[in-house]
Write a protein that binds this ligand. Sequence first.
Ligand code: DX5
Ligand code: ZN
Length: 223
Amino acid sequence: MIKISPSILSADFTRLGEEIRAVEAAGADYIHVDVMDGHFVPNLTIGPPVVQALAKIASRPLDVHLMISPVEIYLPEFAVPGVEIVTVHAEATPHLHRALSQIKERGCRAGLSLNPGTPIAFLEPVMDLVDLILLMSVNPGFGGQSFLPAVLPKVAAARRLIQASGRAIELEVDGGVKPDNIAAIAAAGADVFVAGSAVFGGKDYAGAIRELRARAEAAFPGA
Ligand code: DX5
Ligand code: ZN
């Protein structure tokens, strides 16, 4: 089952609640929320009060992507009721096992993200804990960047690890996902797609989500 997770980073921040309702009505499966700290990544976005407010109004699961370091001390503020997935970066903490465990103890699904330059081997020791793997296909920090094709072999390698684990782990790709490359990413084994500018960049959110989903579904292995 292919999932599309529109990133609100490209939404109109003066109307965030309306924008979320609009992409939900347009068929979004998840709502992707990019939290940046100006330290782990060279950009600042939103923090716990905004995420907690969105958790109250969203009807689709919130997919919260934490690009912050340190991360553990803030987990209690992000892993709250109404937030389904909390994703941390392998590069953001030396205590990855602890961070993932804390997310699960708080009742959320635990996501692990790797930057484009980080090897897939970071996944192996925590495959029993992760519920979602998020592979960055741009260097995190900004929406609207170009997809890095070098991530495609990593997607395939992560899919093999998931198959070997026997667990129902989702494989999400984030950054530069567009109608013209989503088939190749799905063919490599990704099943969840973050799309910021590809959805919020135009006026027809439903049309954009429909096109992305159709192209991914047609290309996903076994489709
Ligand atoms: C980048 C963020 C992405 C970004 C995606 O650091 O993690 O989620 O918003 O935006 P697009 O789809 O425009 O590349
Ligand atoms: Zn993101």
